[in-house]
Design a protein around this ligand. Structure first.
Ligand code: FAD
Ligand code: EPU
Length: 340
């Protein structure tokens, strides 16, 4: 592995933001990654781990070492009558893992098809889509504890998974480098078709749900996602820029009374989750563009770089959106994307 100086990060973030890392190194071999982290990381007090760069917004050059995780490998670790335990290296592409498991008919991850990024980043914000989150199949992960230099195994109870959340975004932020993740997948898959239009889309092409497999579910999820979300290869973005906010039943009642078409979902704790895309759209932002920073025309939750936007221009746009959503609806939008 080579240590580069003044390395452009443009190709390493899906927003396509031009930013430079003071230095950059990447690892394809897990052993080399782990020994570097154990022996050399202390020489680089300022460092940033990067996977697919699909949840990062660079607002300035990075004055430290960026470490690219490119380790590969997917293997069945164990199995019993009902489950297989599949371990994947942190640098594996997430969707490659989903494709691999779906082809083997190991069920659980198929609704998370086509999410960009790496396996190692999946637990960080507990990725989710189409009715499931990675925590639903998560078994364990290995992570290097930067303080002790020890590779620890962590189970679900240790990771504090929540909606787009985990300990790795909170008190353990920056303390661990995830090396591998193991998922527990069903040998007799149970289909999860309840979210959005999945069932409806499947029934468009199939007479009934009798012989539907997880491959069908994967195919439909991929189709829906391709229609709804911009492809970073053509237009820079990092998926949803904001999280869907949770509000109290009281505030929900007020908002719903004033806006009968408000899109919201009741939660088990009595609160309500609001569709942030609806809020942003109803503040008039959908399709708006300020220079090369914009709000996607089909999905108001997705901020886009039409080409030459700087990270700061995207961030300023995000802040203006937060202000108007607060002024109009009294709701705080929290950014999902990591601003660096
Ligand atoms: P990066 O952006 O490289 O990193 C994200 C954060 O994780 C950074 O803080 C980084 O330092 C840290 N990190 C990365 N790897 C490691 C590691 N091995 N150890 C420790 N820290 C690490 N997300 C969803 O949840 N659901 C979606 O449906 C979804 N759809 C998307 C659609 C599009 C078009 C795009 C562009 C993004 C979407 N996302 C979605 C967001 C994104 O794909 C996920 O957050 C993904 O997990 C990010 O992976 P990454 O490897 O690109 O992480
Ligand atoms: N909506 C609008 N206007 C918009 C966008 C959405 O009114 O501009 C409405 C839709 O009509 C729908 C509701 O909001 O009724 C929800 O929209 P959608 O199904 O597109 O999902 P989302 O809540 O906007 C979330 C995740 C996505 C994930 C999808 C599918 C968050 C922050 N985002 O988006 O994840 O793929 O559901 O499960 O939870 C990501 O995290 O980067 C991401 C893309």
């Amino acid at each position: 592995m080579e240590l580069f100086s003044g390395f452009s990060l443009k190709a390493l973030n899906t927003f396509g933001i031009e930013a430079t890392a003071q230095s950059y190194i990447e690892f394809e071999k897990e052993t080399e990654l782990v020994s570097f982290l154990k022996d050399k990381l202390s020489g680089f007090p300022d460092h940033l781990i990067i996977g697919g760069g699909s949840n990062i917004l660079f607002v300035e050059d990075y004055l430290g070492l960026v470490i690219g995780i490119r380790t590969k490998g997917i293997a069945k670790e164990a199995e019993n009558d009902d489950y297989v335990f599949v371990k994947a290296a942190a640098g594996e592409k997430w969707d490659h893992l989903v494709e691999y498991c779906t082809e083997k008919n190991w069920g659980g991850l198929e609704n998370l098809s086509l999410i960009p990024g790496t396996v190692g980043a999946a637990p960080i914000q507990n990725i989710g889509a189409y009715g499931i989150e990675q925590k639903d199949c998560f078994y364990s992960l290995t992570a290097l504890n930067k303080q002790s230099g020890i590779v620890e195994t962590m189970f679900s109870k240790d990771c504090g998974f929540g909606y787009r959340d985990s300990i790795f975004k909170n008190h353990a932020k920056g303390k661990f480098v995830i090396i591998s993740v193991t998922y527990k997948l069903a040998k007799h898959p149970v289909l999860n078709l309840d979210y959005g239009s999945i069932r409806q889309e499947i029934l468009k092409e199939h007479f009934n749900l009798k012989n539907i497999t997880i491959q069908h579910v994967r195919d439909v999820v991929i189709e829906i996602r391709k229609q709804k979300l911009p492809d970073p290869l053509f237009i820079g973005n990092a998926g949803s820029f904001f999280k869907n906010p949770t509000v109290s039943a009281e505030l929900h009642y007020l908002l719903k009374t004033e806006n009968p078409d408000l899109i919201s979902f009741p939660m088990a704790d009595g609160n309500f989750k609001l569709a942030a895309g609806w809020l942003v759209e109803h503040c008039g932002w959908k399709g708006k563009r300020i220079k090369d920073a914009g709000v996607h025309e089909n999905q108001a939750l997705v901020l886009v770089n039409y080409g030459l936007a700087s990270g700061n221009e995207i961030l300023q746009l995000a802040k203006q959106i937060q202000i108007s959503v607060f002024e109009i609806f009294g709701v705080d939008l929290v950014m999902e994307v990591n601003v660096i």
